[in-house]
Design a protein around this ligand. Structure first.
Ligand SMILES: C[S@@+](CC[C@H](N)C(=O)[O-])C[C@H]1O[C@@H](n2cnc3c(N)ncnc32)[C@H](O)[C@@H]1O
Length: 257
């Protein structure tokens, strides 16, 4: 798999720098056919050239050819339900300190986006989901990205967790408070329970239920806000497009048997 990248072009007009021409990226899975771009065709022979080569389209525009990495495939995962964005995944990884020895239980698997990102770091991820179509999509995505240490179970997390000595449990389900009693049994002491929910009433019910379980210490609830900036010559300012909401993350830690 390869990427073809046409960089935006900058020109000085009347003493000011302007962007002329769009940045375009093409993700190529099939290298055996020519690729049609907005700026003309790139031949299949060119696609076979080494990563880092500059290839020229039929309309004489330069494209950078690079090998696709995990993140390029990941960004193009087939999505069934809404996935957790990378800004939130980053915090889960940083706050829980998971590593190559960690066992993670996750659910619902959805499209497998969170599970695949975590599987890159940990020993094994086992995801639960009640929907067979989500499990099939997640497995399809794992295959595409070469993820081999993420497994799926067609089971409800509300009914229990089979695994024990788990280092991290990540929840992205409509009623996460129903999983707390099972998480208390499955986690090792010191392990983390992290719940991601788009709406505050879910967070409220989850935290109120957590408060009834003295096995858990609530670390924090956060919302990560990512603000994009525009950098163009002396025009340096936040982008005028709005800041979208994704979800709230609640981190809790098991502190007793
Ligand atoms: C928003 S999606 C999860 C997205 C996922 N975190 C990702 O990054 O791709 C929520 C998923 O939870 C699943 N789900 C709902 N109730 C569940 C339950 N009781 N146990 C396990 N999964 C459940 C749904 O079928 C759906 O696939």
């Amino acid at each position: 798999m390869k990427l073809l990248i046409h960089k935006e072009k900058r020109e000085i007009v009347d003493g000011r720098e302007h962007i002329v021409g769009d940045q375009e990226t093409y993700f190529i899975m099939d290298l055996s056919n020519d690729v049609q771009t907005k700026y003309g065709m790139i031949s299949k022979e060119d696609l076979k050239k080494p990563s880092g080569t500059v290839v020229i389209s039929k309309s004489n525009k330069p494209f950078y050819l690079i090998d696709a990495d995990f993140i390029d495939v990941y960004k193009r995962f087939k999505k069934l339900p809404q996935t957790i964005p990378s800004k939130d995944i980053g915090l889960i990884i940083a706050e829980t300190g998971i590593d190559k020895n960690s066992l993670v239980v996750d659910g619902g698997v959805g499209s497998g986006a969170l599970a695949a990102a975590l599987a890159r770091i940990v020993k094994e991820v086992i995801s639960y989901d009640v929907r067979e179509d989500c499990i099939a999509t997640a497995q399809e995505n794992y295959k595409l990205a070469g993820v081999t240490n993420a497994k799926t179970k067609h089971q409800s997390l509300y009914d229990g967790i089979d695994e024990i000595n788990v280092d991290l449990i990540t929840l992205d389900v409509p009623e996460p408070w129903k999983v707390i009693v099972h998480a208390a049994k499955a986690l090792r002491v010191g392990g983390f329970l992290v719940s991601y929910s788009p709406s505050i009433p879910q967070v409220q019910d989850f935290c109120n239920e957590l408060a009834k379980h003295d096995e858990f210490f609530v670390v924090k609830t956060v919302e990560i806000i990512e603000r994009l900036w525009e950098i163009e010559g002396r025009k340096v300012r936040p982008k005028s497009t709005g800041i979208g909401h994704s979800g709230f993350l609640t981190f809790a830690r098991k502190i007793k048997l």
